[in-house]
Design a protein around this ligand. Structure first.
Ligand code: GAL
Length: 373
């Protein structure tokens, strides 16, 4: 009822809003037959498939609720993202859904949003250093990091996919290398901390050996989650640490794009898929990486359903615009430096070759034909 009431009250202003949206020229949004308000959706980059899926899912779901959507991608260019959000405010956006590039760079533009009474939802990545972020929609990111480590340990034969030690686990030692995500993305430290929570005890006991000795976040971080940067870091490590014939048995990767860089570095150093090919983790269930799992190049990925995340962000938007409290399930863990941001965190799942059908095909995320293609 309340949502309908909200949409009805917007009807009078809809013409103004849609005229504003139509004048946006070059926007991905604006063509929806929305009778609701305009919602600005700021995504970081199209260079990663997952953000395209996220953007499409948010747009479709908002349009199905009668909103008009201004969906913008900033190609990992921080000033471009700031100016895109500024434009959304100027065009009269009723609400903003933002997946930030650098979570610390939006303080000024979000002050403008607050001055215009525009609520802001941080989408997947926490926006830091501002009080002007209303809610956060994401996954349990510490758990995602644990799952990345558990999948790596499973690939080495040490644990099951919940991290429980296997009875017949080999003694090791196993040589591993560690990669983390972008230091300006709040998620990267959550993933790293979750992963190290599972890996550190085995490093301490000598079951795992980090050949390069690089285990600090600053040493293993990958700016902008860039696969090529990860590739060259691993190439350097393979030359400096493994050129004496020592074999690398596993690589912790926090994201499928980084995993692809890791695979390229290994192939370049003469590794080939088979017994001596290392176990490599990932995240996002990107199609190329699902194919890499089928081919045995990547051991696992973490499936985070972008459709569900979009649905949480859309529900939050509707609640806020109706002056209702969005549903949250975490009010303690996501301190953005100014306040703890109330959050709704979704569950994620480990995908390995054996459960691709169950996790990704049965859920309709990818078709078997797409995976086979
Ligand atoms: C993170 C996100 C990951 C991955 C990464 C690189 O913020 O949580 O799922 O997509 O960015 O895009």
């Amino acid at each position: 009822m309340k949502k309908k009431a909200f949409l009805a009250t917007l009807a009078a202003g809809a013409m103004v809003v849609s005229l504003a949206a139509c004048s946006s020229g070059g926007s991905d949004g604006g063509e929806g037959a929305g009778d609701g308000g305009l919602v600005g959706v700021a995504m970081p980059t199209k260079s990663s498939e997952r953000w395209i899926n996220d953007g499409n899912a948010v747009k479709e779901q908002l349009e199905a609720e009668g909103f008009t959507v201004d969906l913008q991608y900033a190609e990992d260019d921080i000033p471009m993202q700031v100016s895109q959000i500024e434009n959304m405010i100027t065009k009269g956006a009723e609400a903003l859904i933002v997946a930030s590039i650098d979570g610390t760079t939006l303080t000024s533009v979000l002050q403008d949003a607050a001055d215009a009474d525009i609520p802001v939802i941080a989408y997947d990545r926490l926006i830091r250093d501002t009080e002007n972020v209303n809610y956060y929609a994401s996954f349990d990111n510490f758990k995602v990091g644990q799952q990345q480590a558990w999948s790596l340990l499973n690939g080495l034969g040490l644990t099951d996919l919940e991290g429980a030690p296997l009875a017949d686990a080999p003694a090791g030692p196993f040589n591993i290398e560690i990669f983390a995500g972008s230091p300006d993305d709040n998620n990267a430290t959550f993933f790293f901390d979750g992963a190290m929570d599972a890996l550190q005890p085995l490093i301490d006991s000598g079951v795992l050996v980090v050949g390069s000795g690089q285990t600090d976040f600053e040493q293993v971080a990958t700016l902008r989650w860039d696969g090529e940067e990860a590739q060259s870091r691993l190439e350097n490590i393979l030359t400096s640490t493994y050129s004496d014939g020592t074999v690398i048995n596993g690589v912790l990767s926090p994201y499928d794009g980084i995993s692809r860089g890791i695979i390229s570095a290994l192939e370049g150093a003469g590794y080939s898929v088979g017994d001596a090919w290392p176990a490599i983790s990932g995240q996002d269930a990107e199609l190329d990486s699902v194919k890499a799992i089928v081919a045995g190049e990547q051991y696992a990925t973490i499936f985070k359903d972008t459709r569900q995340l979009a649905s949480v962000a859309v529900d939050m938007t509707i609640a806020l615009l109706n002056d209702e409290e969005p549903e949250v399930n975490n009010t303690t863990d996501y301190d953005n430096g100014v306040k703890v941001v109330d959050s709704y965190l979704l569950d994620s799942a480990i995908v390995v070759n054996e459960n691709i059908t169950e996790q990704l095909v049965d859920s309709g995320y990818w078709t078997q034909a797409e995976i086979d293609g």
